[in-house]
Design a protein around this ligand. Structure first.
Ligand code: AMP
Length: 214
């Protein structure tokens, strides 16, 4: 089983992909996470990627498609892939078809998380994660039970994404509307798109995803 999670920034793709990983044994392939690793490196590519990400624009199609190809090459054939944040342009959607064919995989579902765009800025600008285990939190909706201590691993340091500022979020939304949403009709023609209400609670969205994949 190979699926794409689509939706604007803050729709809950990362949260849901992590849930599916633990419930279904699939593997989350997040180009955003891969690029955040790349930008940490003190290299020319790392600096270029950081600049593009912090402006809210998209990194080049070639770079992200090569990352996905490399990850799939390393994965056991029986492990399903959850594409999170990829593809984001028509060129990437075309590359994904080629990459999947090369690795003898099929695309089973494209799930779009539908969200109220006004609520997203609020969601995104309040989110933070445990610096150790990556558990997600939110200033207003999900604070750790004990202030300053991660519920999951007990760590006391947290981090926020450099691109979760209001200005960058607006640009990322614009990129989604202009470049990513237009790839949906491509998958609709194949009859593999399902829409899920991304404004529902995390558990409700998880249940909806499980029903689609069952
Ligand atoms: P995300 O974590 O998916 O919200 O991605 C964060 C940032 O990484 C985006 O705003 C882009 O700058 C970059 N990025 C992530 N995935 C892609 C992709 N598939 N194509 C181009 N840029 C991407």
């Amino acid at each position: 089983m190979n699926i794409i999670l689509l939706g604007p920034p803050g729709a809950g793709k990362g949260t849901q992909a992590a849930g599916l990983e633990s419930r279904c044994g699939m593997l989350q392939l997040s180009t955003g996470d891969m690029l955040r690793e790349t930008r940490k490196a003190d290299t020319e590519l790392g600096r270029q990627v950081a600049d593009v990400m912090d402006s809210g624009q998209l990194v080049s199609d070639e770079i992200v498609s090569a990352m996905i190809d490399a990850k799939l090459a390393d994965m056991p054939a029986e492990t399903g892939a959850i594409f999170d944040g990829y593809p984001r342009t028509e060129a990437q959607a075309v590359s994904l078809d080629e990459i999947l064919a090369k690795h003898d995989r099929e695309l089973n579902h494209v799930i779009e998380l539908e969200v109220d765009v006004d609520a997203l800025v609020d969601r995104i600008t309040g989110r933070f994660t445990c610096a150790n285990c990556g558990e997600g939190y939110h200033d207003r909706y999900k604070l750790p039970e004990t202030e300053g201590v991660c519920d999951k691993c007990g760590h006391t340091e947290f981090k926020r994404r450099a691109d979760d500022t209001e200005e960058t979020v607006r640009k990322r939304m614009e990129e989604y509307r202009g470049k990513t949403a237009p790839i949906l009709p491509l998958y609709e023609q194949r009859g593999i798109v399902t829409r899920v209400d991304g404004m529902a609670s995390i558990d409700e969205v998880s249940a909806a995803l499980d029903a689609i994949l069952a």
